[in-house]
Design a protein around this ligand. Sequence first.
Ligand code: UDX
Length: 448
Amino acid sequence: MALKITVIGTGYLGATHAAAMAELGFEVLGLDVVPEKIEMLSAGRVPMYEPGLEELLRKHVAGIEGASGRLRFTQDWAEVAEFGDVHFICVNTPQKHGEYACDMSYVNSAVDSLAKHLGRPALVVGKSTVPVGSAERLAARIAELAPAGGQVELAWNPEFLREGFAVADTLHPDRIVVGVHSERAERILREVYATPVGEGSPFVVTDFPTAELVKTSANSFLATKISFINAMAEVCEAAGGDVAKLAEALGYDERIGNKFLRAGIGFGGGCLPKDIRAFMARAGELGADQALTFLREVDSINMRRRRDMVELAREAVGGDSSFLGKRVAVLGATFKPDSDDVRDSPALNVAGQIHLQGGQVTVYDPKGMENAKRLFPTLGYADSAVDAVRGADVVLHLTEWREFRELDPAALGEVAARRLVLDGRNALDPGRWRAAGWTYRAMGRPRG
Ligand code: UDX
């Protein structure tokens, strides 16, 4: 009999995982503690913008015309425990308020709520990003609470999906990592992932701590790569070099590679910043804090980029001590393109700082407007890039949406008060903007 799968927590990770499991042919039951999410998902709607996810959901949600009906949602823990052979824990692990450590309360409560009802054999699979050592602790907790005792097991299976590519990353993962304690757990997970493994996704079997560490170390490596190129941008700025050319030339070395070498205002989002901090906090608890002190530098290089962008903008609009009376157009609010996620967004952070220093900031983003307004209600917002730029003394390009690369600099020049653009993502074509009469400036690149 085919395995029945449940997915606990239906945010980015869970909603995508649930839809992907249905796409792979499994019967899936998703659970969330927020009733509005369950209502939306059951109607085939996704509570966030993620390309392709709503289509995939509508292909499978029971009750939608033409759907496979393999995917349903509930709020009932007993129903989930009764239904599932495999339970994926996909709840979030945010940064603790006022601390570097990660807040495990959602994971702990999900495991407790589920385990109490587990009266039949099952495999609980953790996907959330957690401090190393959590799986071992949670396995003991499950053994203590589950009525089915030793017939319930835990495995750890970190998730590497990127926002904006969540569906493709879940259906065709570049690797599948499973931390297991038994051959039975490995066998079940091989069955769950038979399709992607059959297509060539590597399947790496580890112990619990290694599986947990793969995720945090992968994110630390990516964050380090971005901060490395941003540090080089600072040196280029001082020495008169061009960081975009430098990155291109470095990228031809296959050992380095050209990905994640785009200098700019740095990384943000719901993962990289909080994951490197939680990793440092956990290493400290383990007595290995020295091993990760470099991440403190990675974090401060990253945060410095936001401040430097504000300084560049200040210098651009006149160089005096404030932005008073200056109109600043901000293109981009989300932490990356193809997402509506504004969590720890460098773009909004820069917009907010300029606003607090007296600038009249007008923001436009293709998908992030609602979330941005909720987080920063006092900023100005426009319905289009052209409207944001109208009357602006300076234009800041802060999230690299394709829409912004395709803007017509000549048309924008007609409505801007001054033709001055600062590219915080090194993604616009300087030649095109300069040809249309704009002064183009980016951090770590020569002034043209
Ligand atoms: C990240 C990891 O990539 C993913 O594997 C993990 O599962 C979750 O965290 P995500 O948060 O979606 O994914 O964003 P990512 O694509 O990694 O980008 C993070 C940030 O880095 C963005 O703000 C992006 O703009 C910035 N970035 C990325 C750069 O500044 N330069 C680059 O070269 C690449």
